[in-house]
Every structure is written in structure tokens, then in C-alpha cells.
Design a protein around this ligand. Sequence first.
Ligand code: KG4
Ligand code: ZN
Length: 389
Amino acid sequence: MPAGSIQFEGMAGEHDARILAIESSCDETAAAVVVGGRRILSNVVLSQIPVHRIYGGVVPELASREHLRGIVPVVRQALEQAGVTLEQIDAVAVTYGPGLVGALLVGLTYAKTLSLATGKPLVPVNHLEGHIHAVLLEERMHEREDPPFPAVVLVVSGGHTHLYRVERRSEEKDGRSIDRYSYTTLGHTRDDAAGEAYDKVAKLLGLGYPGGPVIDRLATLGNERGVPFGPIRMKGNPLDFSYSGLKTAVLRYVQTHNMEERIAARRKALAELPGRPTMEDWQRLCDQETLDLVASFQYAVVHSLVERTLAAAESAGAESIFISGGVAANRRLRRGMEEAAAERGWKVYAPALPLCTDNAAMIAAAAWPHFTAGEFAGAELPAYAQLPL
Ligand code: KG4
Ligand code: ZN
């Protein structure tokens, strides 16, 4: 990444610098304005869920098309809500990977254009770094102390299930102190991401899309020990994850317990509902066996996430644990992680829902240390489907 030197002359003071961030890596078109990496002036998210719902997952071509439709109004709204003009922005930050390349290119091209047109620097951000910095942003927004480092971070979403060790050190540059973060991968999924498993199991059971929020709610009505899915084990790195076997186990359970007809009936009933299903609709459409299956699936996922995160924290000498990403919104996971961590003396830091799922405020927060270090990119910056931290 090309580095340029930063000129604070003529800009807002460093701590008042405003970053306009753009995020379009998957199915949310998002823009935000954040001051000093800590104060959110706006955080606009246009979700494409209604577009992808009927397909039971994100359709990449449709995602790109929806980003094209949404990007200009979303950025305009973010500026309006923040009460600033483009000229009052100090930098444009943008997600350049990992993600769907067609989707990323929409946000990236628009961000480059804004940067060129206004002469403001372009700060490239890795989406996963965004999820990590969402945790710090949540603490700073509430004027709480930063969590202690090194931290072990579980990034768990529809596209990612990653464990990192994160370190922070301060460095002097041009008489200013800047924070440097470094990331070491401790484990990752070998196949499906945890959120993807939620979405696929929900689709399989005729529960609609996205699966996470529905399963989160339905699981409270089921017995999580009802279906004894064994622990998820595999050879090699004990901190890696795997969810395709669990998904197959759910499918096998459905087949051996003759659940197909009930699932087809539920799918049909859901499609015929006039609006979004309520909790009462769900209860009416799901028999106890389905609720137990859903709760047991969730228990197996949560158990694997908690077990590996704590093992990682132990081996990495972590001072704190962070969880972030769409699945980190899951109530059972948050409770399970907090309880297990507290028993061993760790505090768990997790953003509230709006910063857990994809958003651009987290991209602005992750951009902040790069901005202060003068790490900018030019018009040649590509989008990457895969982009390790
Ligand atoms: O972070 P995110 O918005 O997008 C990606 O980067 O993937 O995460 C979306 C994923 C979806 O798979 C969705 O089912 C899952 O997060 N999710 C949840 C919950 N809310 C969203 N999974 C479990 N429990 C939830 N409450
Ligand atoms: Zn994400």
C-alpha cells in the first residue's frame, strides 16, 4: 500500500479530523462520518436483505446492482445526517477487501472518485480490521477506557470465522504519537463461516433468510440438549473451525426424522404471510422437534466458538477478549462467552448490534490509525476477494 505524508495544516486538528467511510463488501451499502476515530456523526446502512431473501442467500450480481443504486443516496444521507459537506471531510476511507469483488468495486470506485474530486486522501481498509475496530469504537463512543492488549478477537459473521491475536503499540511520528496495530491469525474456518451455517440451516428448515436472527429467537423455545450433536473436532490446528459437518448432521436428522413435509408446509405458510413473521407466527409454524433441533444446532455452534476463543486467549496470553461480526449479535453466544470468560478472569468486549453487523462506522474507526500514520492509496488501488490481515 503506498504511503503518503499527512498534512494537518489547513485541516481540522488531528483529533477533530472527520473521516467519511464507505463499505460495500457484501450485501449492505453503508457510509458513515466519524470524528477522531471515536465519535459517530452518522452511520447509514442500506440493507439488501429484501432483495436476497427469496434466494436464501446473497446473489453476487444482484448485490453489485443494488450497491450501484444505493451508493450515491447513502453517502449523501451520511453527509447530511453528520451535518457536513464533502469539503469539510478530511479523508475518505473505503473497504477494499475481502468480499465480493463486484460489490467492493462499487464502493471503491465511488470512494476513489470522491477522493480525486476533493483532493482528500484515500484510506484503504481491510473489512476484517473494521470488525475488530468496531469493538474499540463502541468503547470510545461511551467514553470508556480502551480494553487491555494483547487481545484475542473472534470475528464471526456470514463470510468469516477468524481468531486473531491483536497487539497495539504507540510510535512517534513527526512529533506525534500514533497507534500501530498488528494482527496474527490463530485459527479460521476450514469450510463454512458460522453465519453461513446459520443461514444454510435456516434455509434447510424453511425458516427464511437471514438465518441468524431467527434461530437466535427460536432457540430460546427449544431444548439445546435435545439433539446430541457431538463436539466439532478435526485434525491439525485445534483453533480452526468447521461447520459443514454440522450442517450435514442437521440435514441427516431432518431426513431420518421425516421432517421434509413439515418444512415444505412451513416454507409455503411463510411465503403466504402478508408481512414479516412475528414471534407468534414462528411458534405456530414450528413444532417442538424443530425448536429442539434449532436450539441444539445453535448450542453446537456456540460451544465451538466459545471453546476455541478461550483456548486461543489462554495460549496467546490475552488481556481481553473481543467478539465482533454479525454472529456476535447472537444472545446465546454473548452470554456463553461472557460466562466462560469471566470464570477465567477475562472480560469480553463486543459492540452493540449496529456496530456488530456490517457498517461503515467501523471502517472509519479502522481507518483512523492509518490516517494518522499517513497511509494512503491512489487511484490504482484494486479490490481483493481474499485479503489477509
Ligand atoms: O457481519 P455481517 O453483517 O456480514 C458479513 O460480513 O458476513 O454478518 C451477517 C451474518 C449472517 O450470516 C446472519 O445470519 C448472521 O450474521 N447473524 C446472526 C445474528 N444476526 C446476524 N447469527 C446469529 N445470531 C444472530 N442474532
Ligand atoms: Zn462483515
